[in-house]
Ligand binder design. Structure first.
Ligand SMILES: [Fe+2]
Length: 243
């Protein structure tokens, strides 16, 4: 059964809607969200409602925790902080309780899922180097794991000699080798690959193939809503540039 795995929606409803439409067209019946559904952009409530409705399970990210009031705003830079303050005002107490209660880690069908890293998941470390990837792999009990958080799609690997490497996030990536893999699925709502599309992953557990999907969406509408909400202009600008 094909699984769609996505992360870091960050309150960007036009991007989420485009991704959900693509998932449906591709025939994936199982959906998983790796967290940071809220924060940054204009529509935390609508995004959370959609994600809760369609996903088999949802993980907790650092922005989810902050928007629920359980992680201090000074953990973040000023622009991210503005998105968190805004989300806190929009979300109901029930929605904050839901975010607070989400798991940091999930294991299902021989696959691990985490927002940031299995190395101390509650510290939300950024896996952007061989050293941080190695620390993660030391805690990864399964052959395959999925994460988000950096908004930079890539497939990290640890071979039979314990060497760390990676495969670039081309459209199709095979994980056929008997190694450990960590797939970073990129971000739906705030691309940081230098391009404006929403990114997510389709995973076929039988072939162990990954398909990175980059989906164009209505960036202008997302930008208009960010500005109308009184959020920092830079949040709108970065969507177009993918930074
Ligand atoms: Fe995150």
């Amino acid at each position: 059964m094909k699984t769609a795995i996505f992360s870091d929606v960050h309150s960007n409803l036009p991007a989420l809607e485009a991704v959900l439409k693509d998932i449906q067209e591709k025939g994936a019946s199982r959906l998983v969200c790796l967290g940071d559904t809220v924060g940054y952009n204009a529509e935390p409530v609508a995004c959370l409602e959609r994600v809760r409705a369609v996903c088999e399970f949802v993980l907790q990210g650092n922005h989810d925790l902050a928007c629920a009031g359980d992680l201090a705003v000074d953990w973040f830079n000023a622009v991210a902080g503005a998105g968190i303050e805004y989300s806190r005002k929009q979300l109901s107490e029930e929605e904050k309780r839901y975010l607070r209660g989400l798991p940091l880690v999930k294991s299902a069908g021989g696959i691990s899922y985490v927002h940031a890293s299995l190395d101390e998941p509650s510290e939300f470390q950024y896996i952007l180097s061989s050293a941080t990837a190695l620390a993660h792999f030391r805690k990864q009990q399964t052959l395959i794991a999925f994460s988000g958080h950096t908004h930079k799609p890539v497939v990290w690997l640890m071979d039979e000699h314990g060497r760390i490497g990676f495969k670039p996030a081309h459209e199709h990536v095979s994980m056929a080798e008997p190694w450990k893999f960590l797939v970073n699925v990129g971000s739906v709502g705030q691309n940081r690959e230098g391009r404006p599309e929403a990114c997510y992953v389709l995973f076929d557990p039988e072939t162990r193939e990954i398909e990175f999907r980059r989906i164009p969406y209505d960036v202008k509408t997302a930008q208009r809503r960010i500005l109308a909400a009184g959020l920092p202009q830079v949040l709108a600008l970065r969507l177009q540039r993918g930074i």
